[in-house]
Unconditional design. Structure first.
Length: 361
């Protein structure tokens, strides 16, 4: 009995230790600890001969996409891997420690982790949208000869687990963080008017959960919020429940949406119009589309990022930070910045010459 009890306790300690190590590795402290144990290149990193197109977070590492490859760096500047792509119109999506890069309008795609390339593939037709989840599930939306759109979902091993076809064209595809559901925004025409459709797919028990139509609205993107699906159209943002019913809605009141960013439990919108010229209005919404704050921006808003306690944007060599109520916090000078990525207490900056890191504690 003592032996059995001892083995049981030891097994429990191993399970707790493994789980704890996984959580630590995904944390900012864990990332800094791993980086401190590795040889560091140190920032700034030369970008000679490269033009950065996008930066995305991979846990506490960063994925930097240029015209021919995606490089992953840790917080000390060490390159963890470089995944070549050579696509004409590359798009980068990340979630947790996974990334997906695909050729929008082309047929090729690649999936990788922070340390290596995992899969590469080619669809039979043009890719319209794609996404990847933190558990390794990924999905590719294409057109086909049988239907206007076809969504193929693959598990973390690259095996196809679900195929869904639609008569409307997919413009946006999002996987839930746990990879168990997919939200699809698609467009069709009815009686000469555009119709936006939002579909929810169950990937555990492959089936269509619901499909809701929104006549005379042009859909841009669908994403998973903290407790609902968020659908952004040319007229509003809608919070949609698992039954397909619209819970809350934020109307743009005739203004045009220029940019959006989701982070934490918040959604930040940049709204404007022809009469606003260079000025625009930044609106902060919670996960249920309720307004929390707003800012009148007199200058053009470049890259926009949202996080748990506020948001920031890039404009002409400066980063402007605000809290959720729209109260200014600080202005950070970033001369020559083309792209930025705030991550925890760090700010990553890509210029024509260098990849830089600044501490913003």
């Amino acid at each position: 009995m003592r032996l059995i009890l001892g083995i049981t306790l030891l097994s429990a300690l191993v399970v707790v230790g493994v789980a704890g190590f996984g959580l630590l590795s995904d944390s900012e402290f864990g990332s800094d600890f791993r980086a401190s144990m590795q040889k560091s290149t140190q920032f700034p990193i030369s970008l000679a001969g490269r033009t950065v197109q996008r930066m995305e977070a991979m846990n506490w590492d960063i994925a930097v996409m240029d015209e021919s490859a995606v490089s992953v760096y840790n917080s000390k500047g060490s390159e963890l891997q470089r995944m070549e792509h050579g696509y004409a119109s590359p798009v980068l999506r990340t979630s947790g420690g996974r990334m997906l890069v695909y050729d929008q309008g082309g047929s090729r795609f690649k999936v990788g982790s922070e340390s290596k390339e995992l899969f590469s593939g080619e669809s039979v037709s043009s890719i319209h949208a794609a996404d990847v989840a933190a558990n390794g599930t990924f999905a590719i939306a294409t057109s086909s000869t049988k239907s206007a759109a076809e969504v193929k979902v693959y598990n973390e091993y690259g095996n196809e687990i679900f195929t869904w076809q639609s008569t409307s064209m997919v413009v946006s595809l999002a996987l839930s963080p746990d990879g168990r559901r997919a939200a699809v925004c698609s467009l069709s025409a009815e009686n000469g008017a555009v119709v936006t459709s939002l579909s929810l797919l169950d990937l555990q028990n492959p089936k269509l959960v619901f499909k809701e139509d929104f006549p005379e609205e042009f859909g841009y993107v669908a994403m998973f919020g903290p407790s609902s699906i968020l659908l952004i159209t040319d007229q509003s943002v809608k919070s949609v429940g698992d039954s397909g019913r619209v819970r809350e809605e934020f109307d743009f009141e005739g203004r045009q949406i220029q940019r959006y960013a989701a982070g934490g439990e918040n959604l930040v919108l940049v709204l404007g119009g022809s009469r606003y010229m260079r000025s625009s209005q930044i609106v902060v919404l919670d996960g249920s589309c309720r307004e929390q704050g707003r800012v009148d921006a007199e200058s053009a808003v470049g890259e926009l990022y949202a996080f748990g306690d506020g948001f920031c944007y890039l404009n002409e060599g400066a980063v402007y930070r605000y809290d959720l109520l729209g109260t200014p916090l600080e202005t950070i000078n970033v001369p020559g910045a083309l792209h930025i990525l705030p991550l925890g207490q760090d700010l990553y900056i890509a210029t024509y010459e260098q990849l830089q890191r600044q501490i913003i504690r």
